[in-house]
Design a protein around this ligand. Structure first.
Ligand SMILES: *Cc1c(COP(=O)(O)O)cnc(C)c1O
Length: 431
């Protein structure tokens, strides 16, 4: 079979290739992309779509950026990869130095992993090993909140929302963790953290760490909550002898308006997970950072060996593009860009609030969410968006965008107008 014609390779894709969270026997349509530039994805038939997804939070500078391209090209000429066991290299060391400098003072130690899920696994292992080395071998469980998302490997899955994550299907395989209700905050600054506190107090002898996405719960429901919740969470962790893992894989590198979301709560985690936008969406790379306290704790039994080490750990191409992406971000007025996007999203998405199918419109930083009352038919709505010239991928009851930071005003307006138009026609068809 020749794969010359687009229709041929699309057919092969349909029959042989798995896509994220899809069926092989009843696959959803996929759209062939030929190239991507700036905020535009070019389809094989020549159509161009404005990207509202940043390829799942990652492509913050847009696609095919000359600075990022040249960083990879330059690194390629010296080495694309070497094992990290027993060897080291400047791309990794430079990246570690940047991350240590950019994050809160106590976060001094960096583990470079190959994906977000793996960074979460490493964080979980760090927490368990920390207590183990001090003779607290019972502290192996995690406490988290509902509607979280922490990745697709078994450890990460175990702390994802039990309903969205289909925990029932994996019963007996997934470690059982503790779940508090999803964070809710009222305008007077009070929250439902007492529910979490009750669980924590009752089970602290078994809990190694609390893991949570700060301020924004991503793939588990696109929910936002208040910094006060995090401040109290930090306090509870200290009072009850558990570590705090913040998963900033989605929120890191400016998305919520601060470089890291935890800054808005003025707290410091014991362990921090980064990923997604770390390489500007170019390559798969993630990092788990921790403090001297945790490092010393892990070493308390004299061994101190952290039980993890992927083959492609600290891949030099990925590290160099991460270095270039971080420098690029910091050399631009990124805070202004996020603020501008936030203001525009607020102005333009609010119109959706009047539609009867809409439950709520919410905006935080460069994230805009329209939550509907009923789940959408993803296949139809995806096709409708493509017809409007935009790439927006709704799931369940959520239509949401987190565009590249470089998006221009008129381009963002195309995204918000498309959302309003599609939702309005859906609304009209209801009656
Ligand atoms: C995407 C994501 C992960 C998983 O990262 P992968 O690179 O897909 O493995 C973990 N946590 C959060 C908060 C994420 O958004």
């Amino acid at each position: 079979m020749s794969l010359q014609k687009t229709s041929d390779w699309l057919e092969f894709d349909k029959n042989h290739l798995w896509h994220p969270y899809t069926s092989m026997t009843n696959p959803l349509p996929t759209y062939p992309v030929e190239s991507a530039h700036g905020v535009r994805l070019k389809l094989a038939d020549g159509r161009e779509l404005i990207d509202g997804m940043s390829s799942w939070w990652a492509a913050i500078h847009g696609y095919n950026h000359p600075v990022l391209n040249s960083a990879i090209e330059k690194q390629l000429k010296s080495m694309s990869h070497v094992m990290f066991g027993g060897l080291t290299h400047l791309p990794a060391v430079t990246l570690a130095e940047k991350l240590v400098k950019l994050t809160a003072e106590p976060l001094q130690h960096v583990f470079l992993a190959d994906s977000g899920s793996v960074a979460v696994e490493v964080a979980i292992k760090m927490a368990i090993q920390y207590w183990y080395a001090q003779g607290k071998t019972n502290k192996q469980k995690l406490l988290t909140v509902r509607h979280g998302y922490h990745g697709d490997t078994l450890g990460g899955m175990s702390v994802c929302d039990p309903v969205n994550g289909m925990h029932a299907m994996f019963q007996g395989v997934l470690p059982e963790q503790y779940f508090a209700p999803e964070p809710t905050c009222s305008d007077d600054g009070s929250s439902n953290i007492h529910c979490l506190e009750t669980l924590l107090v009752k089970n602290q002898s078994k809990i190694a760490a609390i893991i949570i996405e700060p301020l924004v719960q991503g793939a588990g429901g696109m929910r936002f909550y208040c910094p006060e919740y995090l401040r109290q969470l930090r306090q509870l962790c200290d009072e009850h002898d558990v570590l705090l893992i913040l998963d900033e894989i989605a929120t890191g590198f400016g998305r919520t308006g601060s470089l890291f979301a935890y800054e808005q709560a003025d707290i410091v985690p014991d362990i921090l997970c980064l990923g997604k936008a770390l390489t500007g969406g170019y390559m798969t790379l993630a990092a788990t950072m921790t403090s001297a306290k945790v490092v010393q704790g892990i070493s308390a039994d004299g061994m101190g060996v952290l039980m993890h080490g992927p083959t492609f750990m600290a891949n030099p191409l990925a590290c160099e593009v991460a270095n270039a992406s971080i420098d690029l971000l910091l050399s631009t007025p990124w805070e202004k860009s996020i603020q501008r996007i936030e203001n525009q999203l607020q102005d333009e998405l609010l119109a959706c609030q009047e539609l009867s199918i809409v439950e709520e419109v919410r905006v935080k930083g460069a994230i805009g969410v329209v939550e509907l009352k009923e789940p959408v038919d993803m296949k139809t709505m995806q096709a409708d968006f493509v017809k409007e010239g935009v790439w927006i991928r709704p799931f369940n009851k959520l239509v949401y965008i987190m565009p590249p930071y470089i998006i221009k005003k008129d381009e963002l307006a195309i995204l918000t107008k498309a959302i309003y138009k599609i939702l309005k026609s859906l609304d009209a068809n209801k009656f």
